[in-house]
Design a protein around this ligand. Sequence first.
Ligand SMILES: Nc1ncnc2c1ncn2[C@@H]1O[C@H](COP(=O)(O)OP(=O)(O)OP(=O)(O)O)[C@@H](O)[C@H]1O
Ligand SMILES: [Mg+2]
Length: 462
Amino acid sequence: MISYSIYIVDDEQTIREGIPMALEAEYKTAAFSTAEDAIDAMQNNPPDLVLLDIGLPGMDGVEALGKIKDSYPDVLVIMITAFEDIETVISTMKLGAYDYVVKPIHMDGLKVTIQNALQTIKLRKEVQTLQAKYLQENLPCFIGESHAIHDVMEFMEMVAQSPDTPILILGETGTGKELIASAIHYRSPNFKGPLTTMNCAAIPKDLIESELFGYEKGAFSGARASGKKGLIEESKNGTLFLDEVGDLSLEAQAKLLRFLESGEFYRVGGTKKFHVQTRVVSATNKDVENIIDKDLFRKDLYFRLGVIKMRVPSLNERRDDIVPLTKHFLYEFSRKFKKKFTGLSSQAEKGLMTHHWVGNVRELKNLIERGVLIGKGPELSLRDLDIQSFNAQEDSKKIANEQGFPPLPPTGIDLQAVEKSLEKFYIEEAFKMAQGNESKAAQLLNINHHTYRYRRKKLLKE
Ligand SMILES: Nc1ncnc2c1ncn2[C@@H]1O[C@H](COP(=O)(O)OP(=O)(O)OP(=O)(O)O)[C@@H](O)[C@H]1O
Ligand SMILES: [Mg+2]
């Protein structure tokens, strides 16, 4: 439950007492008789909304409004005016007041005005609560409300405590492995040293060694005259993050293993032994056991890198995170694109909850970015989202993987029946497309027309 706080600023005692009484069941309130007192109190504890009388002794409401908006632009202000002085009211709206109410105040109307105003900051408040959970200095914002992700974060907090234990993060693409790697770094006692990252898939094979271990002058043609420190040296007393580690060449794997076992290495072309302490965190979205079986990855290195293994669950396995993540991205992209989104429609929520996520959080993030950019708001609607099929469960099952096939359900399938229906579907489609000409239909399926005729007849009889 989000709680909102409201300041009431009025020199009339009946208002200072009456409004808090009417609102206190739903909101935290504080009343002030002068604008000066209210602005003083804001320094420690800015409210979400201020009900501000225009005619005040000392600093008047219009001047106070300007001061409040300057220092606290997110605070909403509703003006209270004794009579409908249109000109003053217009000037306060120009200064950024959200709305105004006229005395005598009708409580029901006031409550509706307050609710409308707070609706516009609801998303911000919700997201701030979500973000606060894992927020720490230097740490990129990590959102997660599901049990599955709480378990991962709890485990991460625990293993980060050792300064040098290697940690291997496994999980599908876009699940947040890189974010978790940086969370490990900033929670580790080693975080005074730097975090350096090498994407093993993005660097050409013959450069990986010199990137990692550095090189001495004259190590190869094109090498800098002064030689160069490698990422291991750069991450001294910090963290070395090896992203896509499954893509390391076998040669680099052997050298990395030697370093992990002894803490020692040579620069490329060098004879001097270096000793560096750093924590190695690595990540891959590959099926490591599979690449080990194919002799593409060393088993001993796998064990060494994965003294601690963490698996980040896919977004499909932690659907409770979909809405909080959506709100977080909705808020961030609304700010970026200067749009006023207040939340998402229930249809959009249903669509996202039943979508089959192939690209995990990255896919969701891209989808929301696009939606915010093209959507009009104030709610993100289903139409703003580029999900083709939304009809809850049924359609989500039909949403295809990259080849266009439905995902394999946990209960399995009858492969022969699937093959049959696929054959039937294409034989008939070809027949329609070729307008009944069997030779043409056979060509469309790349089989000879005798085979086509035979199969079609057989299928029609079944
Ligand atoms: N829990 C989260 N909270 C907020 N943002 C997240 C979260 N998880 C992932 N993201 C965002 O989603 C995007 C993908 O995350 P990240 O790059 O960490 O994934 P990855 O697992 O390393 O993917 P890949 O295997 O493709 O490298 C990033 O922009 C990241 O900031
Ligand atoms: Mg990554």
